[in-house]
Design a protein around this ligand. Structure first.
Ligand code: HBI
Length: 98
């Protein structure tokens, strides 16, 4: 059963993400990051790579794409806030964006 990240869970799982550009969303238990790619096709290819993992893990980002910019917000709707799944997907997205 997915559960809200505990305080210690937040420390260990979110701190590294804050170092790689993720931030807490104002007024919401969620994290967000903006990725900028070389062009639209690179941005869309990143979204396609991410989509395969989101589907595999049944955990999907809230995201927008404008030209070469992808804005991502992660939260777990089932628990109304951040879970380990969000940290896992965030780490994966950082890998896929390299
Ligand atoms: N994606 N980000 C996110 N959060 C969820 O709670 C979530 C999801 N994708 C699918 C999903 N939940 C379903 O498993 C449930 O809505 C049944």
């Amino acid at each position: 059963m997915t559960e809200l990240l505990s305080d210690t869970g937040r420390k260990t799982m979110l701190e590294p993400l804050f170092k790689s550009g993720w931030e807490m969303v104002e007024g919401r238990d969620a994290i967000a990051k903006t990725y900028t790619f070389d062009d639209f096709t690179a941005a869309f290819a990143f979204m396609t790579r991410t989509a395969l993992w989101a589907e595999k893990w049944d955990h999907h980002p809230e995201w927008t794409n404008v030209y070469k910019v992808v804005q991502v917000t992660l939260s777990t709707h089932d628990v109304g806030g951040l879970s380990a799944l969000d940290a896992k997907l965030a780490r994966k997205m950082d890998q896929l964006a390299e």
